[in-house]
Design a protein around this ligand. Structure first.
Ligand SMILES: [Zn+2]
Ligand SMILES: [Zn+2]
Length: 556
């Protein structure tokens, strides 16, 4: 029973209006005593504008503050944008985490490769299971996606039921796992659904996405028709795709060789759970030495062009064990995550220039998305008939396309939200009731913090114009005790006047000192600032750019 002042609210901390780092908070109770449940705990991957940053997290300051009223974290599936923040941020919360076996085992395998990380205990859930997380009764509903054991959630409260779809698609013939549980979704729709919080990734694409089975067929044809070595790159967690590749290899009398740690880890987890039963054993890269080229299929990590992953090293010819030669084939069996196009394009060009045949999903059906297109979304609305639709998991354009579809599907209320916006779903009317500050956290080496706390803003300036250091030593009388020392990092050798920039900096420093009356040179702050400005101005004069400049002043 709901109390008189009870409310049901949703507050996304990440994943709405952006790609990645999904983290939704559901709250129930009177406004001053809400109890919370988090759904998913994801990361985003940095682009070139975040030099040196490894991972981007939602800012969880709000959760840390509400920690005592946070009943748990429910994970829908093991994609990094849904569970990738657990290892780094869970220790700040230490609340119960719920996930299925594949997710739990993949997390354990990741933890095993990070010796500094502390373990994250998981409460195991199975598909179809009902669990209680504080005031929420949560049912795990099987959905088809691009990783094993993906689930939508039916979240029941005394004020109504929410269907949180997470990532899903419709696929009547998945290669692994069961199709999306249409019967359950329809039954929940019959019971009555207050709100649907749904995946918007492919809301701009009409129609219905092809089945994973269609991709399997195309992969089999490619392997059967290939002459040299065939290599595939895909997401390590796409076990269904890996199974299709392995079956295609076996049909063509080839063995599958796994290259890349993340790929090996995901395959081991899948094998352990019996997800790859009936598939011939996967070999390690030592097998490359003795197996003929036309008897192998190679699985490589690095489908997003990650510079340290196997594919990128193979493409640039510096992988210690594997090379591809003219006549070999490389298949990109993955989508390009926005932002990675340049890196991936670079690899495709390298391989093509080396005479290797590259096949992407532009030429053949070697990849399908794990997210629903518009017809699939229409089906979901027909089955669940929510009163409220809330588009999430997408950028503004995807959310808007989803909103339009939901209205067309006859949903009474469509709420457009953003990260940090708290909306009340019940009692009606549904509307925004609060807004909290949401930032981001950045993982930089072993540190996690705000952008300035980890120094990334300054690092961007350094990347743009380099750094000049100057050391100035004055005696008590204000005279130079030695020549100023200058060190340059990341600057051109000479300016437009043909002079070395180190000399330009030194002359700037000397001129600045000259211009300061002797008695005022005893003020190190004044000297520091005058020299700094003079060096930057002198270099700008001859280079056209101002470097970051550090001046150290000592008075002896
Ligand atoms: Zn996702
Ligand atoms: Zn996903």
């Amino acid at each position: 029973m709901a109390g008189r002042n009870d409310e049901l609210v949703l507050l996304p901390l990440g994943g709405v209006g952006e790609i990645g780092m999904n983290l939704a908070l559901y709250g129930f109770g009177p406004p001053h005593r809400r109890r919370w449940m988090a759904v998913d705990f994801g990361v985003a991957f940095p682009h070139f504008d975040l030099p040196g940053v490894d991972l981007v997290f939602p800012d969880i300051a709000y959760l840390e503050e509400k920690r005592r009223n946070l009943a748990g974290i429910v994970i829908t599936h093991a994609h990094e944008d849904h569970f990738g923040a657990l290892i780094d941020l869970w220790p700040r919360l230490k609340v119960p985490v719920y996930a299925t076996a594949f997710t739990a085992n993949l997390l354990a395998a990741k933890l095993a490769s990070e010796p500094r990380a502390s373990p994250v205990p998981i409460n195991l859930v199975t598909a179809g299971e009902h669990i209680t997380v504080g005031p929420f009764a949560v049912e795990y509903i099987n959905v088809a996606h691009s990783i094993p054991e993906s689930h939508a959630l039916a979240i029941r409260t005394p004020l109504g039921t929410i269907v949180h779809t997470a990532d899903w698609k419709l696929d009547d013939t998945p290669v692994l796992g069961a199709p999306t549980d249409e019967a359950r979704l329809k039954a929940i729709g019959e019971e009555g659904v207050l709100a649907l919080v749904g995946d918007s990734t492919n809301a701009m694409r009409e129609g219905r996405s092809p089945s994973e089975r269609d991709v399997a067929g195309e992969i089999a044809r490619i392997v059967a028709g290939a002459s040299g070595r065939v290599a595939f790159t895909t997401f390590a967690s796409n076990v269904g795709r890996i199974k299709s590749i392995a079956l295609a290899a076996a049909a063509a009398g080839r063995d599958v060789i796994v290259v890349g740690r993340a790929m090996r880890r995901a395959i081991d987890v899948a094998l352990e759970l019996g997800l790859l039963d009936g598939v011939r054993p996967f070999l390690d890269d030592e097998a490359l030495a003795y197996l003929p080229r036309d008897k192998t299929v190679v699985l490589l990590t690095g489908s997003q062009g990650e510079p340290r992953a196997a594919l990128s090293r193979v493409a640039s010819g510096d992988h210690p064990r594997i090379e591809l030669s003219p006549g070999d084939t490389l298949v990109f069996s993955a989508r390009e995550i926005p932002g990675n196009e340049i890196a991936i394009g670079g690899i495709i060009n390298q391989l093509t220039a080396a005479g290797i045949k590259v096949i992407t999903d532009r030429e053949r059906l070697v990849h399908v998305s794990g997210h629903p297109r518009r017809d699939e979304m229409r089906a979901m609305y027909e089955w669940t008939k929510p009163k409220i639709a809330i588009p999430v998991h997408g950028q503004a354009m995807h959310l808007a396309a989803h909103a339009e579809l939901a209205r067309e599907a006859g949903v009474e209320t469509v709420l457009m939200i953003e990260d940090g916006m708290m909306v009340r779903l019940a009692p009606q009317p549904a509307k925004q009731i609060d807004e909290i500050d949401v930032g981001r956290l950045y993982k930089d080496g072993r540190l996690i913090g705000a952008l300035d706390a980890v120094g990334v803003s300054e690092r961007r300036r350094l990347a743009f114009a380099g750094h000049v250091a100057a050391a100035v030593i004055l005696d008590e009388g204000g005279d130079l005790a030695a020549d100023p020392q200058i060190a340059l990092s990341g600057l051109p050798l000479r300016g437009t006047d043909g002079r070395p920039l180190g000399e330009t900096a030194l002359n700037g420093a000397l001129a600045a000192l000259e211009s300061i009356p002797r008695r005022r040179r005893r003020d190190p702050d004044l000297v520091r600032e005058a020299v700094r400005r003079a060096i930057r101005a002198a270099i700008e004069e001859t280079w056209g750019k101002k470097p970051v400049c550090t001046v150290l002043v000592a008075i002896v």
